[in-house]
Write a protein that binds this ligand. Structure first.
Ligand SMILES: [Zn+2]
Length: 381
């Protein structure tokens, strides 16, 4: 820790790791306080403005508000409040880099999607896949979930948990059951009474479909009601540790594909855009670049980068940006304290199931996210 009263250089450079905004006791101004990790130790800094209790305060003109995940150079000075406590005040902010993560959405009113509950229940289809025996499938699934739960546990409450599968044939859909489904015979969602089969791009190794509330009039705008993950065993050899019974030439390591898809399950979007994607902004409001136009390692090395190579395993490990995303969206301080399995009969503290039937008044939307493979180089623009 840099001691208060030490002579600070006029600028400090480091990573913003913790941010909270508060009203002053007089309730007439909002200040944002943050911890910045510097080579000399952490420094707590204070900035006028911020957002708390649904109210935001900004001075215009003024420097950007610092946020967790940013790498910044700050112009600072020390000052004292009326109680003679020393604060390190921010005079100016230069954003050097940092947060690149992108959230799924927005809803029509501009919200990103999110889970309301403290945990998300996932059912693994017991039908599994012919490509990999159940004995190796299970640990790969467990590891893909655990990396998100464990890597962000120091700063986030959200946990993905596995729920026992009900009997019968399980299919994806808005039923309150978040399903992990392997498709060996057809890379399509099958036909139903009044809808045809819906097939997916054959370059997609996995797809996640979320159903969420898209209703500006609802306090729950953006809340995810159901999310299902499907894994492509038709165009790829689903493999674990390089082993697969499939004859497809391109191995798609399950843990690589699934770790990425579990990021979508959390409400994360890709860190860069493909040609067909609409314009988007990242969590700091910066335009998300085309994947073909960026060399930013924070984008290219993220688990939420939208492409994988045959046999790739690098997405099995989260980048700092992926971890930070979970801690910003689901920070420990905001833990709703609810974690009830769908159908358990528990109210979960009055919040919500992981799924559940939406009220008739709620307008819903669906978002799909693909993990594309680069197996056909040149097809990617
Ligand atoms: Zn994806």
């Amino acid at each position: 820790m840099v001691p208060l009263g030490a002579v600070l250089p006029p600028s400090i450079t480091g990573d913003v790791v913790e941010v909270h905004a508060r009203w002053t006791a007089s309730h007439d101004r909002i200040v944002t306080e943050a911890t910045v990790t510097t080579p000399d130790g952490p420094v707590v800094v204070s900035q006028l403005g911020g957002s708390v209790d649904g109210v935001a305060m900004r001075s215009m003109p003024g420097p950007p508000l610092i946020e967790a995940g940013m790498t910044v150079r700050l112009a600072v000075h020390e000052g004292r409040d009326l109680a003679d406590r020393v604060h390190v005040a921010i005079d100016d902010v230069e954003i050097l880099g940092g947060t690149r993560f992108v959230r799924t959405g927005p809803t029509k009113s501009g919200k990103s999607i999110y889970w309301e509950s403290g945990c998300v229940f996932l059912v693994v289809d017991p039908a599994g896949t012919k490509a990999v025996p159940d004995a190796t499938l299970g640990p790969a699934v467990d590891a893909s979930i655990a990396v998100w739960n464990d890597d962000a546990a120091a700063c986030s409450y959200i946990q993905v948990m596995q729920q026992a599968a009900p009997s019968g044939v399980l299919e994806v859909g808005n039923d309150g059951m978040n399903l992990l489904k392997f498709r060996d015979a057809s890379w399509c969602r099958p036909a139903v009474n009044d809808d045809l089969p819906r097939c997916y791009p054959d370059a997609a190794a996995g797809i996640t479909t979320a159903v969420f509330i898209d209703d500006a009039k609802s306090k729950r705008d953006g809340a995810i009601l159901d999310a299902d993950i499907e894994i492509n065993g038709v165009d790829f050899a689903i493999s674990v540790g390089g082993q697969s019974a499939s004859l497809q030439a391109c191995h798609a390591e399950l843990q690589n594909t699934l770790t990425h898809e579990v990021g979508h399950l959390h409400g994360l979007e890709h860190t860069c855009r493909v040609a067909t994607d609409p314009e988007r902004v990242d969590n700091n409001g910066r335009a998300v670049p085309f994947c073909s136009d960026t060399t930013d390692p924070a984008i290219l090395n993220a688990t939420m980068y939208p492409f994988q190579e045959c046999g790739e395993t690098s997405k099995e490990v989260l980048s700092a940006d992926d971890k930070n995303a979970i801690c910003v969206i689901y920070p420990t301080a905001d833990d709703p304290g609810t974690c009830a399995a769908p159908g358990s009969g528990k109210s979960g503290g009055g919040c919500c199931d992981a799924g559940g039937s939406p009220g008739a008044a709620l307008v819903l939307a669906a978002a799909t996210s693909l993990l594309l493979s680069r197996r056909r180089r040149g097809a990617i623009s």
